[in-house]
Write a protein that binds this ligand. Structure first.
Ligand SMILES: [Zn+2]
Length: 349
């Protein structure tokens, strides 16, 4: 099998293209999926650089966002057949602890993410538990590949945890990026009033081109002041923050009394100094999301199938150019998602 492997943590060049990667034997409850497209996530960068404090083992094939076709089915699998178009839920719990039994896979002590803890989609094929391969009726595998991590995380944060409703005003940091744009699509689909916060004017232009008609603030604006103006000085009901260090305190200040902070990323750093009075004084609720659970993923697939609000693909790279793609992701100049295309469809396992 051909694909990209990471043998040592380090710079983008650590991602090596190999033509002789071993193919895993299929267990009875697994399917082999031919990767058509695999999207990039910040998680891929964390893996390459050594993780966020998780126990990682190398070598590893990265890639958590996969859409493709089933090419081999384990003997115990009845609900999928060869040729089915699928999108993959990238998480896997133990399946039998109390958290897994309640559908809270991400709380399982053995929770693992494909492409991070186990081999993923930067390759011709990936082997997964059949329960993680969700059939999709539409053929837009390209767009579906960019869904899993960003949409399931945004859904878990905004919908499952922060209970976003049509009555809410939500501020979304980095609303033109992969996760932020997923959050914006979900919030608009639910009918909430969205205030999008982006880094630069061209990212505002991107949102307008995508048909977004709500308020957009750029980082050059005094974001907290502008939020006050837009909300009659009350503040917003919900903030979606995945930026971390550089935005955390602003997020606390821009929430109204009783507001909810949906928090799911630390792109700019993990350690902050904060004024704790905001939390108890305003009775804020703070929710943390580490990806999302299987039940969230089913809801996302349903939501996208009905609303047809697919991710925006900024640029497509051949699988072999994963290192270049990761450098573009790291630069932060893009909007939407970056994806890798497997041009070796029909290759040997
Ligand atoms: Zn478990």
């Amino acid at each position: 099998m051909k694909g990209i492997i990471l043998e040592e943590h380090g710079p983008a060049e650590s991602l090596q293209w190999k033509t002789n990667l071993p193919s895993k034997a299929l267990s009875p409850d697994e399917v082999r999926v031919e990767v058509h497209y695999c999207a990039l996530n910040h998680l891929d960068l964390w893996l390459r650089k050594g993780g966020t404090g998780d126990k990682l083992t190398l070598p590893r094939i990265p890639g958590s966002d996969v859409a493709g076709k089933v090419v081999e089915v384990g003997e115990a699998v009845a609900h999928l057949s060869v040729g089915a178009s699928v999108v993959l839920y990238p998480g896997q719990g133990c399946g039998h602890c109390s958290s897994c039994s309640e559908g809270r896979d991400t709380l399982c002590s053995q929770f693992q993410i494909m492409g991070y803890h186990t081999d993923g989609g930067y390759a011709q094929h990936v082997t997964v538990k059949a329960e993680n391969a969700i059939p999709i009726s539409v053929e837009s595998l390209r767009e579906w590949s960019a869904v899993p991590v960003s949409y399931v995380t945004a859904w878990n944060a905004l919908v499952t945890k922060a209970k976003l409703s049509v009555n809410d005003t939500v501020a979304i940091w980095g609303a033109a990026g992969g996760l932020g744009y997923a959050a914006l699509s979900i919030a608009e689909g639910i009918g909430a009033k969205v205030i999008a916060i982006v880094g630069t004017d061209d990212k505002e232009e991107f949102l307008r081109k995508q048909g977004f008609t709500g308020d957009v603030l750029t980082r050059s604006d005094n974001v907290e002041q502008e939020i006050k103006k837009l909300t009659d000085r009350r503040g917003v009901d919900v903030v979606l923050d995945h930026v971390g260090k550089s935005t955390w305190n602003s997020s606390l200040r821009m929430l109204k009394k009783g507001g909810r902070l949906a928090f799911c990323g630390i792109t700019t750093g993990a350690v902050v100094e904060m004024d704790l009075r905001y939390i108890f004084g305003k009775q804020l609720e703070i929710y943390g999301s580490w990806m999302g659970d299987r039940r969230d993923f089913y809801q996302v697939v349903n939501f996208l199938s009905k609303k047809e609000r697919y991710p925006y693909i900024y640029r497509e790279f051949p699988l072999e150019a994963a290192a270049e793609a990761q450098e573009v992701l790291e630069s932060g100049q893009h909007v939407g998602k970056l994806i890798l295309k497997n041009s070796l469809i029909g290759g040997e396992f």
